[in-house]
Design a protein around this ligand. Sequence first.
Ligand code: UDX
Ligand code: UDX
Ligand code: ADP
Length: 481
Amino acid sequence: PGPPISKICCIGAGYVGGPTMSVIALKCPEVQVTIVDVSKERISQWNSDKLPIYEPGLEEIVKKCRGKNLFFSTDAKKAIQEAEIIFISVNTPTKTSGNGKGRAADLKHVEGCARLIAGIATSCKIVVEKSTVPVKAAESIMQVLKANNKQGVRYSILSNPEFLAEGTAIENLINPDRVLIGGEETPEGQKAIETLCWIYNKWIPKEKILTTNTWSSELSKLAANAMLAQRISSINSLSAVCEATGADVSEVGRAIGLDSRIGSKFLQASVGFGGSCFQKDLLNLVYICEKLNLPEVAQYWQKVIDMNEYQKTRFSQKIIECLFNTVSEKRLTIFGFAFKKNTGDTRETPAITVCKNLLDEGAKLNIYDPKVEKSQIIADLTSTRVTDNPEEVKKSIEIFTDPYDAVVGTHAIVICTEWDEFIEMDYDRIYKLMIKPAYLFDGRKIVNHEELQNVGFHVITIGKKLNRPGLMRSVGSISQQ
Ligand code: UDX
Ligand code: UDX
Ligand code: ADP
C-alpha cells in the first residue's frame, strides 16, 4: 500500500509551524506539506530570500524543499480541503482582556481554525493541535468541529505538543528527546495516532514516540515548561543567597547538578528567563489550577513567576546602586536584547524589564543586539506595557549595529543576552571608549570577570560577589582604580 497520507496542511507559519513543517517536508519527501497563514506579509517572507524567523539550519532546509514538497500559501481553503492531516500552530497569547485577563491563554485563533476547518472540510480529517493550549482545548476544538459536522466527514483530534527551543529548533526537531502524541482511547483515535506516528517514524525511532491520552499530552506540555522555568527560578533564588554570602552560584550549580536525580542542565543563573512560552504556560497553569479550585497549587506555580520578576528587578536595582544610586542622564550600553542567544525573538525578554527600570530612573540607553531588528526594539520599549510616554522613550534610546560604536561615552555595559560574540570582544578597546570608572554588569555570567577586572572594569555579576579591593561595589563614593 502507498503512504497513509499524501498531503499535510499547517495553519500558522510562525516559530512553531515554520520549522516543524520544514523538517517534516525534509524527512518525508513523498508527502506534500503546505503552510498557510492569514498574514500575507509572513507568507511572502517565507517565499523570499529573507525568512521571517532566524533559526540555525532552517534556511538550508527551506531552500531545499520549497517548491518541491514544501509550500507557503495564503490559500487556506485549498490546503485544508486537500490535506488528510491538519496541524494547528497558531499563536495562543495570554489574554489581554476579559475573563482570565493576563493569565489564561487566548484561544481565539485556535477556535478560528476549528471553525475554518469545519466550514471547508469535505472529507475525514485528523486535526493536530500543535500550539500550546490549556488542558482540554482539544475538547473545545472537537465541540466546534462536531457542531458543524457535514455528512461523511469525521474528525480525529490529536494533541502533539512542540518541545522545540528557539535557537536550536532544527536540532530539537531532527533529534528530539521524545515526541508526544495524545489521542482518544477509541479505535478511531488510535488509528489517528498511528497515522501521525508514521510521519515521525520516518526519522525518529519508535522508542522515542510516546503515546498517551489527550489530556495527559496537553498537561505534559504545560508541566514540562513549568518545571523548566521552576529550575531557573530555583537557581536564581539561590543566586541572591550567593551574592549575600560569598558562595558562587556556578559552583553551587555544578555541585548540585552532579546529583543524577537533579541533573546538570538548565541550572544557569541569569537575569531571568524570557521567551514566549515559560511565563505564558505558567500563567496558564496557575489559571487552570484556580479554576479547578486548587489554590495551593496555583500559588506554588505563581511563585515561579514572582521569583523571575524579582530577579529581573534585583539585577536592575543593582546596576543603579552601583552607579552611585543614580543613572539619571547617564548613558549605558545594553548588550543583547533577544531573550536568549541565537534568536532574534524578543518576546518576554528580560532585557525589556531591565531597560524599563533604567529608563524609569532617567537613563539613556545605547542598545546593541546582533539579530534583533531596530524597529522591534523600539516597538518593545515604547509599548504601553513599558511606558505611557513613548516619545520620551524614543529620545532616550539609540539602537546600534556595531557594538564598538554602542559603548562610546557610556558609563556601563549591561549584558542581557548570552551571545557568543560578547565573550570574544576586544574589551581593551571598549574600555578606552568608555567613561571611567567603567562598569560591566554581566547578567548572563559569560565573560571572563578576572580578565575584565585586569583591563580596569568594575565587574558585577549574578550569584557571585567579586572580591577585589578597590573594585567592589561602591555606593555613594567613587572608587577609582
Ligand atoms: C522553551 C522550552 O525549552 C521548550 O522545550 C518549549 O517548547 C518552549 O519553551 P525557549 O523559550 O525557546 O524554549 O528557550 P529556553 O532555552 O528554554 O530558554 C528560556 C529562557 O530561560 C531564556 O530566556 C533563557 O536564557 C533562560 N534560561 C535557560 C536561563 O536563564 N537559565 C538556564 O539555565 C536555561
Ligand atoms: C535524602 C537525600 O536523597 C540524600 O541525598 C540526603 O543525603 C539525605 O536526604 P533520604 O531522606 O534518606 O535521603 O531519602 P530519599 O530517597 O531522598 O527520600 C526522601 C523522601 O522523598 C522519602 O519519603 C521518599 O519516599 C520521598 N520521595 C522520593 C518521593 O516521594 N518521590 C520521589 O520521587 C522520591
Ligand atoms: P508560535 O510561536 O506559536 O508559532 P507565532 O506568532 O510565531 O506563534 O505564529 C503564529 C502564526 O499563526 C502567525 O503568523 C499568525 O499570523 C498565524 N495565525 C493566527 N491565526 C490564524 C488563522 N486563523 N489562520 C491562519 N493563520 C493564523
